[in-house]
Write a protein that binds this ligand. Structure first.
Ligand SMILES: [Zn+2]
Length: 371
């Protein structure tokens, strides 16, 4: 049962499980206010949006002249990246699809990726991460007790995308970050995946396997890619009419895409991590942030979100199987994984990082930019 100090935003569905949430006198939370701030800046009115899209695509094509590819797209097999693959082809771009295989792909994700590149005629570059290294790094994060145990996968994706862009002389990485479905993301629930110092600090303390080939990107490399090679990200979904359900229908019809159930569940690790680990160990239910983003974007009503939240974030029977699967895959006993989940949570700030130098996520970056 919620505690006496429990409070839920009266506009979205975020609540005091975000320890840093702040409410105004009307009971509306800081995430709603932040959404309003960035929405007016990043979501252009119809008409202007198409113009911005057209201009950017023209620029990407001009920069890609004489090269094999115009842009890099990350391809996970999920909704956002599959939809982007379809759209960039429709817009006449020549993308290179890049996939980071961290060893946790669901079968559906793999078949989605194969279908997409086949049907659209896109070249695919897959970086298969050395499993021993991925496993050791993920275990280090579990053992450290910090919330964001998806940092190893996320960091590898960022590094692989940037390295591919650099190798092929491509200036634009088209990504799926978007205000329509991801504007709410509590800072206290995690930490940025970009910070290699933080990753190394946790791995040094809890890891056992030397990282030899794991894809990484240091601050200096980042500076080189961004400032010297002028590699930029294009968050194309902000310039498109983006409704997740319609996008799903479209990619199902056009690309033979098949649904796997939840946001970011194309990775079996992420599925376990988001729908079980974070809830059980920290009380963080990512659905709150996701549904809140949808409510604020107008693609879900607050009542619909509240009804959806009545369902438990995971099914106890199925999770028992998943717990076994994850422990098995990570080559530890189930009791050890249970012990990790039951051990006291720790904060990312307890470990060295470049937090003061880097912004902790894209939202903070925008926030700082707006100041
Ligand atoms: Zn709110």
């Amino acid at each position: 049962m919620p505690s006496a100090s429990f409070q839920r935003c009266r506009r979205c569905v975020m609540d005091t499980s975000d320890p840093e949430i702040v409410f105004d006198s009307d009971g509306v939370c800081n995430h709603c206010h932040f959404h309003d701030q960035i929405r007016s800046r990043y979501i252009l009115p119809a008409g202007e949006r198409e113009k911005a899209l057209e201009q950017r695509i023209r620029r990407v094509k001009a920069e890609g002249r004489g090269k094999k590819y115009d842009c890099i797209i990350g391809l996970s097999g999920g909704v956002d990246s599959s939809y982007i693959a379809l759209k960039v082809k429709e817009l006449g771009l020549r993308p290179l699809a890049v996939h980071m295989d961290g060893g946790w792909n669901s079968e559906l994700a793999v078949s989605n990726i194969e279908n997409i590149v086949d049907r659209l005629g896109i070249d695919l570059f897959t970086n298969v991460v050395e499993w021993d290294e991925m496993r050791d790094l993920q275990l280090s994060f579990f053992r450290s007790g910090v919330p964001n145990c998806d940092i190893p996968q996320d960091h590898a994706i960022i590094a692989v995308l940037l390295k591919a862009a650099n190798a092929f002389g491509v200036r634009t990485i088209v990504r799926g970050l978007n205000i329509a479905t991801e504007s709410v993301l509590p800072q206290a629930w995690g930490y940025s995946a970009i910070d290699l110092r933080h990753i190394k600090a946790i791995h040094k303390k809890y890891g056992q396997v030397k990282l030899k080939t794991f894809p990484t990107c240091s601050i200096l490399e980042l500076a080189y890619y961004y400032a010297f090679k002028k590699i930029t990200y294009y968050d194309i979904l902000n310039n498109l009419e983006y409704d997740k359900d319609k996008a799903k229908e479209l990619i199902t019809a056009e690309l033979g895409w098949r649904d796997y159930g939840g946001k970011h569940h194309e990775s079996l690790f992420t599925k376990f991590f988001q729908s079980y680990y974070l809830v059980k160990k920290f009380g963080f239910d990512k659905r709150l942030a996701h549904y809140s983003s949808l409510v604020l974007a107008g693609s879900m009503t607050r009542d619909q979100a509240l009804v959806a939240l009545e369902k438990p974030p995971y099914d106890d029977d199925r999770m028992h199987l998943e717990l076994n699967f994850v422990a098995n895959k990570m080559e530890i006993e189930v009791v050890e994984l249970e012990r990790i989940i039951a051990s006291p949570p720790r904060r990312h700030t307890e470990f060295p990082s470049y937090k003061s130098l880097l912004f902790s996520d894209w939202a903070t970056r925008i926030r700082k930019f707006l100041k």
